[in-house]
Design a protein around this ligand. Structure first.
Ligand code: HEM
Ligand code: HEM
Ligand SMILES: Nc1nc2c(c(=O)[nH]1)N[C@H]1C(S)=C(S)[C@@H](COP(=O)(O)O)O[C@H]1N2
Ligand SMILES: [Mo]
Length: 320
C-alpha cells in the first residue's frame, strides 16, 4: 500500500509540474485539456494524504538525519496545492509576485529540487503485482474524486486558468512587465516604426488600421478582453515576405520572434477601446498576438523585421 501510494505520488507530482509549465507556455484552446490534467493531478495528491501519512509516520520513526528535507518537500507541496486552489477558487486575486499564482509558481519551483532529492534518497520501484485490479479501481476512484473536487473549487476561469479583469474597460486593465522591464516615455515627434529597411510613421499606421477583439492573457493569472485597433504585421510586410520568422523589437530591448505564417494574425496596435494606448500599455505601438500568452504582446515596439532564423530559436520566455 505504501509503495503504491509513493508511486502514485511520483506520477501525480511530475504530471502536475509538467502540465503546469505547459499551460503556462501555451495559449491556444488545447491549454484547457492540459489544465484539466493539471487540476486533477494536483488535487489527487490531496486525496492520497491519508495513505501517505502512514508512510511518513513510519519514515519519521527511523530518525534519518536527512528527513527534514522530506518535511521541506511536504511543506512545498502543501504550499503549491494550497496556492493553486486559492487561485482557482478566486478568493484572493492580488497581482504580481505576491498573487496566488505568483506564490503557486514559486512553491512549484521549490518542489522540484526537493522532489528530485526525495526520489533519489527514498527510491521505490514498481512491481508487476502493483497493477492489480484493486489498484486500478482505486486509481479510477482517486481521479474521479479529483475531478469532482475540481468542479467545485474552480471559479469561472478562462481555459488558461486566468481570472477576467476589466474587459472592454481598458482603464481597469493592469499594467504588467514580464520581469524587470520598465515603461519608457516615447515622444511621437520624429517617431517612426522601422519595418525592414523602411520607416513607417504614426499617421501611416493610423490610416491603414483595423480592429480586432482579443484577450490579453498574462501568465500571472488574469486576462482582459479588449477592442484593439492597429495594422496587421502582414500588411506592413507586404506580399513578398522572405524569411522564416518575424522579430518584434521593443524600445526596451525586449522582443519576441514569431513564425512567418503568423504575420496576418499579429496586429501592431495604436489604440485600445478607441483611445490611444497609454504609456504603460505600450504607447505608441504594441503588439497584439491573439491566442498567445501576454509575454508575446511586445509593448513599445520600435522595429519589425523578417529573419531566416526559425522562430523557436529563442528562449521560451523573455529575459527582461
Ligand atoms: C508540483 C507542482 C504543482 C502542483 C502540485 C500544482 C497544483 C495545483 C492545484 C491543486 C491547482 C488547483 C486546481 C483546482 O482547484 O481546480 C492548480 C491550479 C493551477 N496551477 Fe498548478 N500545480 C503545480 C505547478 C504549477 C506550475 C509550475 C504552474 C505554471 C507555471 C501551474 C499553474 C497553475 C494554473 C494556471 C492553475 C489554475 C488552473 C485551473 O484551475 O484551470 N501549476 N495547481
Ligand atoms: C507529494 C510528494 C511527497 C511528499 C510530500 C513526501 C514526504 C515524505 C515524508 C515527510 C517522509 C517521512 C520522512 C522521511 O522518511 O524522510 C517520506 C518518506 C518516504 N517517502 Fe515520500 N513523499 C512524497 C513522495 C514520495 C515519492 C514519489 C516516493 C517514491 C516513489 C516516496 C518515497 C518515500 C519513502 C520510501 C519513504 C520512507 C518510508 C520508510 O522509511 O518507511 N515519497 N516522504
Ligand atoms: N517591452 C515589453 N513588452 C511587454 C512586457 C515587458 O516586460 N516589456 N511584458 C509582457 C507581459 S508579461 C504582459 S502580460 C503584457 C502586459 O501588457 P499590459 O501591461 O498592457 O497589460 O505585456 C507584455 N509586453
Ligand atoms: Mo504577463
Amino acid at each position: 500500500m505504501g509503495r503504491r501510494t509513493n508511486l502514485a505520488l511520483a506520477v501525480l507530482v511530475s504530471a502536475a509540474f509538467v502540465t503546469g509549465v505547459a499551460g503556462f507556455l501555451l495559449g491556444g484552446s488545447r491549454t484547457g485539456l492540459v489544465l484539466v490534467v493539471h487540476g486533477v493531478a494536483g488535487l489527487a495528491i490531496v486525496l492520497l494524504v491519508p495513505w501517505k501519512t502512514i508512510v511518513v509516520r513510519r519514515g519519521l520513526r527511523r530518525h534519518r538525519p536527512d528527513s527534514w528535507l522530506s518535511v521541506g518537500l511536504a511543506v512545498a507541496v502543501v504550499a503549491a496545492v494550497a496556492s493553486g486552489v486559492v487561485h482557482s477558487v478566486g478568493i484572493w486575486q492580488a497581482r504580481g509576485i505576491w498573487s496566488a499564482m505568483g506564490l503557486h509558481i514559486g512553491a512549484a519551483l521549490m518542489v522540484v529540487p526537493l522532489f528530485g532529492w526525495h526520489l533519489r534518497a527514498r527510491p521505490q520501484w514498481p512491481r508487476r503485482a502493483d497493477l492489480s485490479r484493486r489498484a486500478v479501481v482505486r486509481g479510477v476512484a482517486v481521479v474521479g474524486g479529483a475531478l469532482a473536487v475540481r468542479a467545485v473549487t474552480r471559479d469561472d476561469l478562462r481555459f488558461t486558468g486566468s481570472h477576467e479583469i476589466g474587459s472592454f474597460r481598458p482603464a481597469e486593465m493592469p499594467v504588467v512587465q514580464w520581469l524587470d522591464d520598465s515603461p519608457p516615455s516615447i515622444p511621437l515627434d520624429g517617431w517612426a516604426l522601422v519595418v525592414g529597411d523602411r520607416q513607417v510613421g504614426y499617421d501611416e499606421l493610423l490610416e491603414r488600421s483595423e480592429e480586432v477583439v482579443a484577450a490579453l492573457d498574462c501568465t500571472g493569472g488574469w486576462y482582459s478582453t479588449q477592442w484593439w485597433r492597429g495594422v496587421r504585421v502582414g500588411h506592413l510586410l507586404g506580399p513578398d515576405r522572405a524569411g522564416r520568422s518575424i522579430e518584434i523589437v521593443s524600445a526596451t530591448g525586449y522582443g519576441r520572434r514569431f513564425p512567418i505564417g503568423d504575420a496576418d494574425h499579429l496586429l501592431l496596435a495604436t489604440h485600445v477601446g478607441d483611445e490611444p494606448l497609454s504609456q504603460g500599455h505600450g504607447f505608441p505601438v504594441r503588439l497584439v498576438a491573439p491566442s498567445r500568452r501576454g509575454f508575446w504582446w511586445v509593448k513599445w515596439v520600435v522595429a519589425v523585421r523578417t529573419s531566416d532564423r526559425p522562430w523557436w530559436l529563442q528562449s521560451p520566455v523573455p529575459f527582461t
